[in-house]
Design a protein around this ligand. Structure first.
Ligand code: HXC
Length: 259
């Protein structure tokens, strides 16, 4: 990564990452740190956030965390206020916080469906909404972490598919409405990524080997392969990319429905 991207690509920029304590979101935060960014991580679990901030600090980044459930608009607003006090207006927001479990549609309770939609979709809206004034000042950017489910159905993922499809349409709406203010909005669509909580959950019913067989490249991504594309999208290298859904899935979406 360091060798491939200019090491000062995000120097003096502040990146806010919801769900940044683990998984692909943490990988994105680390990749941003490696090209000079300051980081603000937001999440629900303080122990994870503390460890993540230590990792970012070890990479030479200035990093802080805020404890907030993205479903709580007031807590999210407070997290952005803290970010601004610490670093000035944020330059980039990664809306990465997500919830997931596997269940056949007929067994998903109203509350279960709502929990996932509230975390993935409403939570993304809360972050973008809270960041708006700061992003206007920096002419910043938002990156939504979507999912392959937004384009093709995965069995036992009806709630997540609905939420992620909403995330992508929210992204396009903001690209249209906020583009004139210099705020770019895009989403990244990771395929299966090794070592993540999401894949651990999906592997409960289908083995990793079967999943990998559904990817033309024949393997899972490592988190860094998602993160390096995220960094490009957050950076001036993507200055003319707005309203795009960027698929980083080894070609999985070309294959057809997965079950
Ligand atoms: C059916 C379930 C369930 C399950 C929870 N619920 N797990 N229903 N099967 N396995 C139901 C509960 O019964 C409850 O409904 C409702 O969901 C809310 O559950 P709570 O535990 O009370 O809510 P909460 O603590 O807010 O948890 C939210 C959550 C949880 C989404 C359900 O899994 C979570 O917090 N996950 C965060 C971490 C996570 O999921 N990371 C993976 C994201 S990766 P009732 O009716 O009983 O009250 C990702 C990418 C995947 O999304 C990429 C794939 C390619």
């Amino acid at each position: 990564m360091r060798a491939l991207l200019p090491k000062d690509l995000l120097r003096q920029r502040t990146v806010f990452v919801s769900g940044g304590g683990s998984g692909v979101n943490l990988a994105i935060a680390k990749a941003c740190a490696q090209v000079g960014a300051n980081l603000v991580l937001c999440g629900r679990t303080e122990t994870k956030l503390k460890d993540a901030v230590e990792e970012l600090t070890a990479l030479g980044a200035e990093a802080v965390y805020a404890i907030a459930d993205v479903r709580d608009a007031t807590a999210v607003k407070a997290a952005f206020e803290m970010a601004e006090e610490r670093f000035g207006a944020v330059d980039a927001v990664v809306c990465g916080a997500a919830g997931n479990f596997l269940a056949p549609a007929e067994r998903i309770s109203s509350n279960g469906f709502r929990a996932v939609v509230d975390i993935d979709l409403l939570g993304s809206f809360h972050c973008a909404h809270a960041a708006y004034e700061q992003l206007r000042r920096t002419r910043g950017t938002i990156l939504f972490v979507s999912g392959g489910q937004s384009q093709m159905p995965f069995a036992h993922q009806a709630h997540v598919a609905a939420a992620k499809a909403g995330v992508d349409q929210l992204m396009r709406s903001l690209a249209l409405e906020w583009g004139p203010h210099g705020i770019r909005s895009n989403s990244i669509v990771p395929g299966p990524v090794s070592g993540t909580e999401g894949m651990r959950r999906l592997a409960e019913t289908v083995t990793e080997q079967v999943w990998a067989g559904m990817v033309p490249l024949g393997r899972f991504a490592v988190p860094e392969e998602i993160a390096q594309i995220a960094v490009v999208l957050l950076s001036p290298l993507a200055a003319y990319v707005n309203g795009s859904q960027v698929v980083v899935d080894g070609g999985m979406a070309t294959v057809g429905s997965a079950a």
